[in-house]
Design a protein around this ligand. Sequence first.
Ligand code: BTN
Length: 237
Amino acid sequence: MTAPDSRIKFVETCTSTNDLAHELLPTDSACAIVAAHQSKGRGRLGRAWVSEKNQGLYLSWRCTPPIPPAQGGALPLVAAVAIHQLCDDLGIDSILKWPNDVLVHGKKLAGILCEARIHGDHWHAVIGVGLNLAPPTEGWSQNLNATSIHEEIGVVVDRMLLASRLIDQLENVLRRFKVNGMSWLIAQWTLRGPQLGTVFAHNGRTGSYEGLTEEGAIRLRIDGSIAIVTAGDVELV
Ligand code: BTN
């Protein structure tokens, strides 16, 4: 049996692991909360993240990143690259979708919700990751285009081992980001992101993907000119 990972605090249930990570974890070291179930799991843009017991990895990693809070927009990219590495290790061929999704065969495997809190002259971030381990017992609802590790590779993974490996990857990507900076991170994301020219919809218009800006926004060519989308979602067409 493997020893428990001292970086992780496990709870059976909570409202949201992001809430617990803000409240419970110490400020001075990077560590994580993992829950078997969340009663009020949160997604981006005010959406809910339905968190049925044991069907997903619900993890929130709290850290103090080596960047000013104004550059916190880099964190979803850090998390996405880390999750992609984790998928590679599992033999799952994933692709990143701006800003915060990890897709497999066009279906969502994982989502990321990053939050920050500032305390005087220091701050902390919480990187929340929801990664589908298996489909909901009633099956995916029709409006969700989602998949899970079990559906992709037919394996029931050990949740705590997966959590440990994800934290290893998060630490690794954050460390390399600290050394190499934003252009390195953008390059890493780009390697794992969509092909140039992929068509996305944004606010009712469609445009072809032209890469990310140095700040991590997405560039879309719409009607012959470049639009830079800094917030919200883009949808694969
Ligand atoms: C999204 O795709 O909209 C982001 C989903 C993030 C879900 C995770 S599950 C662990 C953590 N706790 C939450 O309440 N949300 C994040």
